[in-house]
Ligand binder design. Sequence first.
Ligand SMILES: Nc1nonc1C(=O)N1CCN(Cc2ccccn2)CC1
Length: 246
Amino acid sequence: MRFDVVSLFPGWVASVADWGITGRARDRGLLSLHGWDPRDYTHDRHRTVDDRPYGGGPGMVMKVDPLRQAIQAARHADPRPARVIYLSPQGRPLDQAGVQRLATLPRVILLAGRYEGIDERLIQLEVDEEWSIGDYVLSGGELAAMVLIDACARLLPGVLGDALSAAQDSFSQGLLDCPHYTRPEVVDGLAVPEVLLSGDHGRITGWRRKQALGRTWERRPDLLAQQELSEADCRLLEEYQRELAD
Ligand SMILES: Nc1nonc1C(=O)N1CCN(Cc2ccccn2)CC1
């Protein structure tokens, strides 16, 4: 999957592919990342990319032309059609379902805005989708772009090993994750649940599913409401709720 990022700080976003899972994915050619700086498409001495807002008010707005030229340059850098995605608080909240869809695209052009925003006409002329990574205000779209790249990269074939990928699947089934433990067995008097030491993989799988269901019920009932629970899941959740009441 190819990611082109239009940003005043292209090197910052590109750094997401310098480390860890995304770094290895890039080294293995499973993803590529290309930065485009709108300042390179300005023609005045000050390399102006922003200007004062019409109608007055605080802050500056990013101008259409440098952004548009950077997007066009990104489009032409690869023959495949690209969807242009703008990261902003006005976008659709990004969730795993949205990431799963985006990760099927051959390439995306991510627009990371700064200042108070970008001229609305650029959005009308060039942007296909607007996404938000959460209801809070960042200083720019770069971190949001890096979040989207990381979340998509994990879903690309071959990026995660089979085991981790399976774990990813269970989580992306819309439930919260179960608790995890590793050595030592006791920390400040807190012991690892004995089921995890039993070696009984059927019991362990059931316990983990029960914990995922129970934690989702407790912490994110909105997510649970979206799930079609099997008979077995309902029984596990009832068991969790009973144990909680005891
Ligand atoms: N939350 C988020 N999820 O994606 N991006 C964000 C986010 O906070 N930001 C900060 C403001 N930037 C510039 C901006 C300002 C106003 C309107 C549109 N764009 C965009 C990126």
